[in-house]
Ligand binder design. Structure first.
Ligand code: BG6
Length: 469
């Protein structure tokens, strides 16, 4: 008999985000989001208005093809599907008092389809999709008013979908805010950058909004389980010197503070010290402090890579990376986009989070962005993506190790389970999916879907509950 460390009921599936998959950027009353003026992703300049070169405007046309896509997920045996709701479909400008019914109705249709196939939804409330109006008129999350707008939006979702959705995530990769303020927090970036005081105030506003959403979910949808979502990034010392170990501690603190607040309900001492030393005084009200005590039910996170850290400026050779990047680790290989590949890092981060927070964990993003070649095998078009299978297999083996270590893991949703537009570079050629979508970086293509080799591989993993790894 084959054994598996994965428990019964482990939730296997995939993940996407509205702005990267849906398209239909101005249909059925949808307003613009920050993504509609980011034709080149995080690194490129933003546009003043939507431009025809923005691939996300059509993305992979999931808005019209969701039924076909969800049927393919079901064919792989998904038990869970993570998707985000586009805030500007529900509140087109963000500051209205009444929601857009056509937007809500679209997500009803998605939920109908998931229910038909017995797939559990996992909903991200805000995934890098702040309504553009809130960015331009209010300065995004630097403005306290955003807490109220988000609260109304979250309440609307809990009231409408609370009886159909158990798992909710408040903000995607909330710890990316200081690194990608416009994409992550709708904060316009002036020449010279956003002042740190404003960035930290925005961080506080998001943390309060997240905790308020948790409080509202408890009232409106008592069966809901609310999680935070952080970008995980294990940090290794470049050398064994104590100074490098301290540099690691500082880098870790910069990331862990978000999970600390979400699980403990207050700011940790090391963070208050950082603020003191930077001369930053945050506007924190008594109500804010009270809100923050609404802690999460579980912690979810993305994992793509680890980094190294050093105290020696001469050795700070930074590599490419997932929004924050860091010092390159000379012992690790990298993807075609320079993201370092480190399956063991996933086991380490699972153990670190579990030891620290003792909350169930959900791996809601992991995967390999790679250039795929569509070929014909036995008369069928496919991609022979053995590199992706190897990447995912190696990472899932480490999830199994963490389960053996006693870590409580609820599930695993691989990122971009169907090819979508990349967040950092806005390319379609950076593909993560088990399903190939015929659309190219220049916008050409039929949008037809094809099963890659990894499609069958993942179906086997799910069917055997990880025994085939
Ligand atoms: C995460 C984001 O940072 O990484 C996703 O939550 C993103 O939205 C994913 O797509 C992969 O990054 P990229 O840039 O390769 O799309």
């Amino acid at each position: 008999m084959t054994t598996t460390p994965f428990p019964d009921g482990f939730l296997w599936g995939g993940a996407t985000a509205a702005n990267q998959i849906e398209g239909a950027y101005d249909e059925d009353g949808k307003g613009l989001s920050v993504q509609d003026v980011m034709p080149q992703g995080i690194s490129g300049p933003r546009s003043n208005q939507p431009t025809p070169d923005n691939l996300k405007h059509v993305a992979i046309d999931h808005y019209h093809r969701y039924a076909e896509d969800i049927a393919l997920f079901a064919e792989m045996g998904f038990g869970v599907y993570r998707f985000s709701i586009a805030w500007s479909r529900i509140f087109p400008k963000g500051d209205e008092t009444e929601p857009n019914e056509a937007g809500l109705a679209f997500y009803d249709r998605i939920l109908d389809e998931l229910e038909k196939h017995g797939i559990e939804p996992l909903v991200t409330i805000s995934h890098y999709e702040t309504p553009l109006h809130l960015a331009e008129q209010y300065g995004g999350w630097t403005n306290r008013a955003l807490i109220g707008f988000y609260e109304r939006y979250a309440r609307t979702l809990f009231e409408r979908f609370g009886s159909r959705v158990t798992y909710w995530l408040t903000f995607n990769e909330i710890n990316s805010l200081l690194h990608a303020p416009f994409m992550s927090g709708g904060i316009p970036i002036p020449e010279g950058g956003v002042p740190e005081q404003q960035l930290y105030q925005a961080m506080h506003h998001e943390l309060v909004a997240s905790a308020r959403a948790t409080r509202i979910a408890r009232e409106v949808a008592p069966a809901a389980k609310v999680g935070c979502m952080v970008l995980s990034m294990p940090v290794y010392p470049l050398t064994p010197s104590p100074d490098d170990a301290l540099a690691v501690m500082d880098a870790d603190h910069g990331n862990l503070v978000y999970g600390d607040v979400h699980t403990r309900g207050a700011y940790p001492g090391y963070f208050l010290r950082t603020l003191r030393e930077k001369g930053i005084e945050l506007d924190i009200t008594d109500e804010d402090r009270d809100d923050l005590t609404n802690t999460v039910d579980f912690v979810s996170f993305s994992y793509y890579m680890s980094i190294a850290e050093t105290a020696d400026p001469a050795k700070r050779v930074t590599g490419e990376g997932n929004i924050m990047g860091g010092v390159s680790n000379p012992t690790l290989p990298a993807s075609e986009w320079g993201w370092q590949i480190d399956p063991v890092g996933l086991r380490l981060v699972l153990n670190q989070f579990w030891d620290r927070w003792q909350k169930p964990l959900f791996i809601v993003e992991n995967g390999l962005g790679a250039r795929d070649q569509l070929v014909e095998v036995d008369g069928e078009k496919t991609v022979v993506d053995d590199y992706r299978i190897a990447y995912l297999n190696d990472h899932l083996v480490q999830v199994g190790e963490a389960l053996e270590d006693g870590v409580d893991v609820l599930g695993y949703t691989s990122w971009g389970c169907i090819d979508i537009v990349s967040a950092s570079t806005a390319q379609l050629s950076k593909r993560y999916g088990f399903i190939y979508v015929d659309r190219n970086d220049d916008g050409t293509g039929t949008l037809k879907r094809y099963r890659k080799k990894s499609f069958g591989w993942y179906a086997d993993v799910i069917r055997s509950n990880g025994a085939s790894l």
